[in-house]
Design a protein around this ligand. Structure first.
Ligand code: ZN
Length: 411
C-alpha cells in the first residue's frame, strides 16, 4: 500500500502489525486440514495527513459478500436495534407517510421491514444475491448491487431522491470510500439525511480492542476522519451519537454540505475527546502498539505457565474476532486444546490459521478445566453469569483484553 485511500497522501505510518492471518471467518472442515491455507497481512497504518486508519484491501467485498452467510434477522438484538432506530429516525426527521428511505447493505431487510410496516416507501441495496432474495421474499424491495456513484444516480433517476439514506455497518467494509460516499450523495435528496453507523476508533484504541481489526474492515474511523470521508462525497456531519454496539460505535448524521449548517455540541465534544486521546497526532497510535504487544506477552505467559503447572485451559467462543487474537498471539492446540461455541455450524470445524478444534459447549462441564479463556471478552458481564457453573469445580475465567484478568466466579 503506497497511498491513503481517502486523501491520496503517501504519508502512511504503521500503527500495529498483526502479522499474516487467514480471513477470520474461514473456519476449516476436517478435510481441509491437509490443504494449504492462504494468509493475508493484517497491518494497520494511519495517514498522517487525514488520519484515516486503514489496512490494505486484500480481500475484496465481492469475494466476501456476493454469497454472504450472515443473516441479520438471526440476531434478535439486531432486529430490536433496527426497530428502535427506525422509530427514532421517523420522529427525529419528522418523516411523513410519503417519505422514501434507502438502506445500503440492507442485508435480509431486518431494518427496512420496519419502514414497510409503517407504509412508507423504501429500497434496499444489497450486494449479496442470496441475502437480498430473502429480503424480497419478506416484502422488502431490494436491488442487488454495490453502491457506487453510478448505482446511486440510477436509483435516484428511477425512484427519486431519498429523504433518508441509512448505511449501517458497511462504511468500514468498502475499499473505495470516496466512490461509496459519492454514491450516498447521489441517493440522498438535496435537503435529505444520511445516517451511518460504524465502529469508533476512539473506543477501539482506548479499550485495546485490537481483535476487532480484521481483513473485512478496511478502515477505522474517528469522527475527525469520518468528517473528511463524508466531505469527499459532498456530505457534512451534523450530529453524532455514541453507541455501545461492537464495543463502541458512532452513529453519524450527515447532510449535503450546502444545507448542513453548524455541527452540534455533541460533535465538538467527541472531537475534543479524540484530540485529547492523541488521535490527531502520532502519540495516540504509537502507544497502542505497545499495549497490543503486552496482551500477547501476558496471555502467552499465562498459557505457558499454566501448562507447566499441569493445569488445563480451554476456550469459550469462536467469534471471528477471536481469530485475530489467536493468530496474533500464535496460540495452537498445545496451549489451547479446544474451544467451544454455541453455533452448531462451527462444531467439528477448526479455527482458521491456528487450527484449534471447536466443540459444543457441553464439553466444558464434562472436562472441568482449571481455566476457561473467554474469546468474546467484550460480553464480560453476560458471560461471567452464563459460565458461573465452572465454580462447581473451582474453575476460573480468563479475559485476555483490555488486559489479562483472571476471574473467580461465584456460584
Ligand atoms: Zn489520508
Amino acid at each position: 500500500m503506497t497511498r491513503c485511500r481517502l486523501c491520496g497522501s503517501a504519508a502512511l505510518t504503521s500503527v500495529v502489525d498483526l502479522g499474516a492471518t487467514p480471513p477470520c471467518e474461514s473456519f476449516l472442515a476436517a478435510d481441509q486440514l491437509d490443504l494449504p491455507e492462504p494468509a493475508y497481512p493484517l497491518h494497520l497504518r494511519v495517514c498522517t495527513d487525514c488520519w484515516l486508519a486503514q489496512i490494505p484491501p486484500l480481500i475484496t467485498p465481492e469475494e466476501t459478500f456476493t454469497q454472504y452467510a450472515y443473516f441479520s434477522s438471526y440476531s434478535t438484538s439486531w432486529v430490536e436495534h433496527a426497530r428502535a432506530f427506525v422509530a427514532d429516525a421517523v420522529r427525529r426527521l419528522d418523516l411523513g407517510a410519503d417519505a422514501f428511505v434507502v438502506e445500503v447493505a440492507s442485508n435480509d431487510g431486518y431494518l427496512l421491514r420496519h419502514v414497510v410496516d409503517r407504509g412508507m416507501r423504501c429500497l434496499g441495496i444489497e450486494p449479496s444475491v442470496n441475502v437480498g432474495a430473502t429480503a424480497r421474499d419478506a416484502g422488502v424491495p431490494t436491488l442487488t448491487a454495490f453502491l457506487d456513484p453510478a448505482t446511486g444516480s440510477d436509483v435516484r433517476a428511477e425512484h427519486g431522491p431519498a429523504d433518508l439514506v441509512v448505511a449501517n455497518n458497511v462504511y468500514a467494509h468498502i475499499p473505495d470510500v470516496v466512490g461509496f460516499t459519492r454514491g450516498l450523495r447521489a441517493l440522498v435528496a438535496d435537503d435529505g439525511w444520511v445516517s451511518i453507523e460504524v465502529q469508533h476508533l476512539l473506543t477501539l484504541i482506548e479499550e485495546n480492542q485490537y481483535d476487532t481489526i480484521y481483513h473485512e474492515h478496511f478502515q477505522y474511523y474517528t469522527v475527525a476522519s469520518a468528517i473528511r470521508a463524508l466531505a469527499s462525497g459532498g456530505l457534512a456531519l451534523v450530529d453524532v451519537e455514541l453507541l455501545p454496539t461492537h464495543g463502541g460505535s458512532v452513529r453519524l448524521w450527515a447532510r449535503p454540505a450546502e444545507v448542513a449548517g453548524e455541527p452540534t455540541r455533541r460533535v465538538t465534544d467527541v472531537l475534543d475527546r479524540e484530540k485529547a486521546a492523541g488521535l490527531q497526532e502520532l502519540s495516540g497510535y504509537t502507544e497502542f502498539s505497545s499495549r497490543v504487544a503486552k496482551v500477547r506477552r501476558d496471555l502467552l505467559r499465562f498459557l505457558v505457565e499454566a501448562a507447566e503447572r499441569g493445569e488445563t485451559v480451554v476456550g469459550y467462543g469462536a467469534p471471528g474476532k477471536g481469530n485475530t487474537l489467536l493468530n496474533h498471539c500464535g496460540i495452537r492446540p498445545d496451549l489451547l486444546p479446544y474451544t467451544v461455541d454455541r453455533n452448531p455450524y462451527k462444531h467439528g470445524r477448526y479455527t482458521p490459521g491456528t487450527r484449534i478444534p471447536i466443540l459444543p459447549p457441553e464439553q466444558i462441564a464434562a472436562d472441568r478445566p482449571d481455566y476457561v479463556l473467554v474469546l468474546p471478552w467484550n460480553l464480560r458481564a453476560e458471560l461471567v453469569e452464563q459460565l458461573s457453573f465452572v465454580h462447581a469445580w473451582g474453575g476460573r475465567l480468563v479475559f485476555p483484553i483490555p488486559e489479562l484478568s483472571i476471574v473467580e466466579v461465584k456460584a
